[in-house]
Design a protein around this ligand. Structure first.
Ligand code: SAM
Ligand code: SF4
Length: 468
């Protein structure tokens, strides 16, 4: 009899990718998808411990499973990802109903671990960070998902040791996958209908450096040559390692989307030094300027941390000033939290939580005005949007109801659009198709538009108006 599986994913795109690998490996061994965790024979929580909040989410989900397991004692509960690696066997003290602790480099041994648990071994724990993960079986794309966009991890771990960050401690040393394995995975995804690939790593710019593999820009050139693929994206780049070769790739590779996520974390040189980021504000502004010289319409997004230990009002204002100069398209901002093993945890002058929250609100309000003005510049232009699917909400246009599609611009902005061919029509749009969309309106977090017949030349998403 087949058994059922439920995977709960918390955290970044790499966890999404690892969850797909785990699901594919277990599917190949007879597991089918359960609709709810309470009904599953095996539940895996794939966790994140980058911030205290994400860790709390993992424990509250585990709490919910405790009652379910009391009702169905045969259920197996596994914890994977960063919390599993960080807590190890200590997890069982906080959550005694956990049966498997799947470390960040143990995904390839998951099937064997599950077999051992099914045979009665308790707990089953695999935490070796030095275990070679190899390239393993790529997750067979699940055709039922019909996804047109997909993440592919190209490297694991991190050697940068930013002072606030737990990743190097829970994901281990940087290790890149072979280009052949990555390309095989891209081709398999394309054969299953995928049109857009996002290449993932904590610092993709240092791809292959340790192993003597081709550079990241060379890898992208090879991915660019895969027939049937329409778009390439990548994340994340570290500003200290952004090479001229990679900057030049934006003007050269036609499938590479004009968007870079380039986390800066702070606009204060003093804090950048304390964070061990190994670049200055001036260096960051210089590379943004070079990126815009290479590709005028490039969208730049970033991550910011507010309330790092010792952050003064002047440091915070330096961050706002950097935002004013760069004019980011959007950003993720996080309240600093102490993480186990991260050296910043030992720094004095912690900022009270209420103050951190106020700074976060101030920063987000400021960014909203920038995002709105960046997006407003797109109104009246025609953007090439990759249709991802029909949104459930139907837009009403011209008295009739047409399906509302959702997709993204090359600069990664979400666009909801109608087909513009009358009630119920889809104008030949289908998921994965690149369609010209006239941008009509700007909302808080998305754009609204209408599919038009002909692609008119798009105005650049941004003129080079920064004063870097
Ligand atoms: N490798 C990427 C980089 O270098 O920026 C991203 C890594 S991390 C998974 C994603 C983001 O979480 C970071 O860019 C940072 O802004 C945030 N972050 C990491 N540790 C944090 C902490 N202790 N407190 C608050 N935010 C944190
Ligand atoms: Fe963490 Fe820094 Fe590595 Fe990013 S580069 S994962 S922030 S240590």
């Amino acid at each position: 009899m087949s058994k059922s599986l439920f995977i709960q994913t918390i955290g970044c795109q790499m966890n999404v990718y690892d969850s797909e690998r785990m699901a594919a490996a277990l599917r190949a061994n007879g597991y089918t998808a359960a609709l709810a965790p309470e009904e599953a024979d095996l539940v895996i929580v794939n966790t994140c411990s980058v911030r205290a909040k994400s860790e709390q989410k993992a424990f509250s989900f585990l709490g919910r499973l405790q009652a379910a397991k009391r009702r169905r004692p045969g259920m197996l509960v596994g914890v994977a990802g960063c919390v599993a690696q960080q807590e190890g066997a200590r997890l069982m003290a906080r959550a005694p109903h956990v049966d498997l602790v799947i470390g960040t480099r143990a995904v390839e041994r998951l099937v064997d671990m599950v077999r051992r648990a099914e045979a009665g071994e308790r707990p089953v724990v695999e935490l070796d960070l030095t275990a070679p993960e190899g390239d393993g079986a790529a997750p067979e794309p699940d055709p039922a998902r019909g996804a047109v966009s997909r993440f592919i991890t190209i490297m694991r771990g991190c050697d940068n040791f930013c002072s606030y960050c737990v990743v190097p401690h829970v994901r281990g040393r940087e290790a890149s996958r072979r280009p052949e394995a990555i390309l095989d995975e891209v081709r398999a995804a394309v054969a299953a209908g995928v049109r857009e690939i996002t290449l993932l790593g904590q610092n993709v710019n240092s791809y292959g450096a340790k192993e003597g593999l081709p550079s990241f820009a060379e890898l992208m050139a090879r991915v660019n040559a895969v027939e049937g693929l329409a778009r390439i994206r990548f994340t994340t780049s570290h500003p200290k390692d952004l090479t001229p070769e990679l900057i030049g790739a934006f003007g050269r590779l036609e499938k590479l989307c004009p968007h870079i996520h380039l986390p800066v974390q702070s606009g204060s040189d003093r804090l950048l030094d304390q964070m061990n980021r190994r670049y200055t504000r001036a260096h960051y502004l210089d590379i943004v300027s070079k990126l815009r010289d290479s590709c005028a319409q490039i969208a730049v997004t970033t991550d910011m941390i507010v309330g790092f230990p010792g952050e003064t009002r002047a440091d915070f204002e330096a961050t706002l000033d950097l935002m004013r100069q760069v004019q980011f398209d959007s950003l993720f901002a996080f309240i600093y939290s102490d993480r186990p093993q991260a050296p910043a945890t030992l720094l004095p002058d912690k900022i009270p939580f209420a103050e951190k929250r106020e700074r976060l609100q101030e920063l987000l309000r400021f960014q909203d005005t920038i995002t709105r003005s960046r997006n407003a510049a797109l109104v009246g232009t025609v953007q090439e949007v990759m249709a991802e699917g029909v949104s459930k909400r139907q837009a009403t246009r011209g008295g009739g109801s047409a399906p509302q599609w959702t997709g993204r611009t090359p600069g990664n902005k979400v666009v909801n659009f109608t087909s513009g061919d009358g009630p119920g029509g889809s104008g030949g749009i289908r998921p994965g198709r690149l369609v010209p969309v006239l941008i009509e309106r700007v909302l808080a977090h998305s754009l609204r538009g209408v599919h038009v017949a002909e692609a008119a030349p798009a105005r650049p998403e941004r003129e080079a108006d920064h004063d870097a």
